[in-house]
Design a protein around this ligand. Structure first.
Ligand code: C2E
Ligand code: MG
Ligand code: MG
Length: 335
């Protein structure tokens, strides 16, 4: 173990030096996973798999460090493998489906659109939200396939969602924006499903924009030119870099739900001063603002007072399958 740790430290030290690439200085860091050869290993692949698991632990512990494969990690790695296997089965059995949550006008609660939110229907009848599997789906790349199927489904569902001019909002995995043909493929899907581009909205997080700004911008420009709306999701939690707001063709911002939750707290610890500033900035950049995570009428009113006109949250409706919204529409038309 000591030998391995020494080697790991040397590797990290060397890779910590800046690189000169085309006369630019680039900084990088290494995370190292260590697995020690033991009799129970039957092949090199098995040791590498465990070293890989340790490397992911080193990364999630903050990068620039090493981690040793141990019993905890074995357990963790087995769970990951199991989850990955289940997800592949789930895809084969078409267990993933969109739920819809309304986005409403905060004055009268009329529905403006619906956000499509991924749900996993397990064979045991339970329904899982993305928190439990999105990370692994991203890492393995499975999210791409899952997303494409979900988009197709949501664009079809859009035809039956009320009112007639409601839009559907789709979350984009950061991976999509790295694929050079993403925008064309997306627009082809919109056409194939006979969806009006102006009734389609995509939500991206800042994390999806930092890696390859040029690629991301080109893709978003193509969508924007076709009439698809682009919203920046979870605004206020990440870098909230102001330059992004100018650099990308955004239609608006979704203020992260942590701000709605913190409205009640007083003074600087409350979120009001920041929400007020975000609204002022958005209005001078002509960006729409949607408040997320509105759970009570007090929160709705407080956000309204701060100048927010659109929102979503449990107060207006929880994410629910298509048939729920179809039933709701039937009932209200019967009344
Ligand atoms: P998001 O896009 O910010 O979605 C909003 C999340 O807040 C959803 O969680 C929603 O169920 C939850 N939410 C809505 N109203 C309230 C409320 O009043 N209170 C609270 N506490 N929560 C509320 P969910 O469905 O678990 O999704 C989590 C994240 O997973 C999403 O965050 C989005 O980033 C990602 N995601 C969801 N669906 C997809 C998808 O189809 N594809 C991809 N790539 N990512 C998705
Ligand atoms: Mg979203
Ligand atoms: Mg959000």
């Amino acid at each position: 173990v000591e030998d391995a740790v020494q080697v790991a430290e040397r590797i990290m030290q060397v890779l910590d030096q800046p690189f000169l690439v085309e006369s630019r200085e680039l900084h990088s860091s290494a995370s190292v996973g260590i697995a020690i050869a033991q009799p129970h290993y039957a092949s090199a692949e098995e040791i590498l798999r465990d070293a890989d698991a340790a490397m992911y632990r080193a990364k999630s512990d903050g990068r620039k460090r090493y981690a040793l494969f141990d019993e905890n990690l074995r357990h963790f790695a087995q769970q990951r493998l199991e989850l990955e296997r289940e997800m592949r089965h789930g895809m084969a059995r078409d267990e993933f489906e969109p739920y819809y949550q309304p986005i409403v006008d905060l004055a009268g609660a009329t529905v403006l659109g619906y956000e499509a939110l991924l749900r996993w229907h397990r064979p045991d009848g339970s329904v899982r939200a993305p928190g439990a599997f999105l990370g692994l789906a991203e890492e393995t790349g499975m999210i791409e396939e899952i997303d494409w199927r979900l988009y197709a489904r949501a664009l079809t569902d859009l035809r039956s969602l009320a009112p007639d001019d409601a839009y559907v909002s789709l979350n984009l995995s950061p991976r999509h924006l790295l694929a050079p043909d993403f925008a064309e493929r997306f627009l082809a899907l919109v056409r194939d499903q006979h969806a009006e581009p102006s009734r389609v909205c995509v939500e991206v997080t800042e994390g999806a924009l930092i890696d390859r700004k040029d690629l991301a911008r080109a893709a978003l420009e193509t969508l924007h030119r076709a009439g698809v709306r682009i919203m920046l999701d979870d605004f206020g939690t990440g870098y909230s870099a102001l330059s992004y707001l100018q650099h990308f063709p955004l239609h608006g911002l979704k203020i992260d739900r942590s701000f709605a939750a913190a409205l009640e707290s007083a003074g600087r610890r409350g979120s009001r001063p920041i929400v007020r500033a975000i609204v002022a900035m958005a209005s001078s950049l002509e960006l729409e603002v949607v408040g997320e995570g509105i759970e009570t009428d007090e929160q709705r009113r407080a956000l309204w007072t701060l100048g927010i006109r659109q929102g979503q949250g449990y107060h207006f409706g929880r994410p629910a399958p298509l048939r729920h919204w179809l039933d709701a529409a039937l009932q209200s038309s019967a009344v």
